[in-house]
Design a protein around this ligand. Structure first.
Ligand SMILES: Nc1ncnc2c1ncn2[C@@H]1O[C@H](COP(=O)(O)OP(=O)(O)OP(=O)(O)O)[C@@H](O)[C@H]1O
Length: 359
């Protein structure tokens, strides 16, 4: 596998829309293309897949040139898997036969062990003899993802794979996608306009508006930018990567340690030593000048104020904090910010309710 970044520059015009991007993406992990409807996410993904033949530009993936002034590798010769919003299985074949179809066309030989690993990864062993019509939407999508993986791609493109499933099904599939992310060693580009999916899956965030990249970088650094151009409303917050270091079976709580401190939150059955990603909304952080122990809020982290901005409502402030090396954002009223005399550089305690922490 190449260690070179994926390099993508494209220009493409449609009536009323112009795509103009210049991107370098890591060769590992999940990159989320995030933005409102019509921002150009699917168009960019299609350019990478070679489906937008009118696009001009340059594309290098895993060290290979797929497009430049002299080259245009057709889609079927690009080692990529593409998962669409709607599962796209061949309806007259069983799930097993759909997988076999992909294996026959794979860019490299697929061993029986590869096949079994992929079936396990997506949890589809009990579904293999059913036809697509006998599967639920979530099951169909899992088989579709398995099929894409069995084509042995060097790059996996996923275009809102959860857009057409309802919330309970989304919660059923997300853990499989989280699994994929830790198991696969190929880059995944994942289109979404859901902040929840981005928070759970992305390592790198690329925000798009009007056909352009308006912010990009490591997930938490980008999400916590006070000038992050896509308004997230109640979902403004931070994503913290931590290691589970203790469990309290009496109270069903787990403690995770991260670069900045420790957090207690509800225990969902973690193993000590496992990695966990938690999400903290800005509205769930309160600030205090002192450390308090006479409070129900157990998580109290020493932080430094970095920046303060005004939210859409003039009475509300967003405060960017740094806890160790981890950026956090807190939402409070300007009156409270004034009362605490918050200013860049000021030491402060960030208090986070355990019940507000989402895994
Ligand atoms: N083949 C086409 N012909 C003309 N206009 C197009 C074509 N494909 C896309 N567009 C336009 O390009 C713009 C970007 O569309 P695109 O589907 O890439 O957005 P998106 O960010 O993926 O949106 P969504 O989240 O709704 O899927 C839209 O204004 C769309 O109408």
């Amino acid at each position: 596998m190449s260690t070179l970044p994926l390099d993508a520059r494209f220009k493409l015009s449609y009536p009323g829309f112009c795509l103009d991007v210049d991107l370098q993406l890591p060769c590992q992990g999940v990159t989320a293309l995030f933005g409102h409807s019509g921002a150009g996410k699917t168009t960019l993904l299609r350019c990478i897949a070679g489906l937008e033949t009118a696009a001009t530009g340059h594309l290098r993936v895993n060290g290979q040139i797929w497009q430049d002034n002299n080259t245009f590798v057709p889609t079927h010769r690009r080692a990529l898997g593409y998962v669409f919003q709607e599962a796209s299985l061949l309806p007259h074949l069983s799930a097993r036969e759909n997988l076999a179809f992909a294996i026959k066309r794979a860019t490299q030989p697929v061993t029986e062990a590869d096949r079994m690993d992929t079936i396990d990864l997506l949890g589809i062993a009990p579904l293999l003899d059913r036809s697509p019509g006998q599967l639920s939407g979530g099951e169909r999508q899992r088989v579709t993802i398995a099929r894409a993986l069995l084509s042995k791609p060097g790059l996996l493109l996923m275009d809102e794979p959860l857009a057409s499933v309802d919330q309970p099904l989304k919660q059923e599939i997300l853990p499989y996608l989280e699994n994929l992310k830790t198991t696969l060693d190929i880059p995944i580009i994942y289109v979404s306009h859901s902040a929840e999916e981005v928070a759970r899956l992305a390592d790198t965030l690329v925000a798009m508006e009007n056909g352009r990249i308006v912010a990009s970088g490591p997930l938490n650094d980008t999400l916590t930018r006070l000038d992050f151009p896509i308004k997230l409303g109640e979902e403004v917050g931070s994503v913290i990567e931590a290691t589970v270091t203790e469990r309290d079976p009496q109270w069903q709580l787990a403690k995770a340690t991260f670069d900045g401190g420790e957090l207690w939150f509800r225990d969902s059955g973690y193993d000590v030593g496992s990695q966990v990603r938690v999400r903290v909304f800005a509205r769930d952080i309160s600030l205090s000048l002192q450390h308090h122990s006479d409070t129900s809020i157990v998580n109290s982290l020493p932080a430094v104020v970095e920046e303060i901005s005004t939210e859409q409502h003039p009475g509300l402030a967003l405060v960017k904090l740094r806890v160790g090396n981890t950026p956090l954002v807190a939402r409070l009223t300007h009156r409270s910010a004034h009362h605490l005399e918050l200013a860049p550089g000021k030491p402060i305690w960030a208090q986070i309710k355990s019940v507000a922490i989402i895994q």
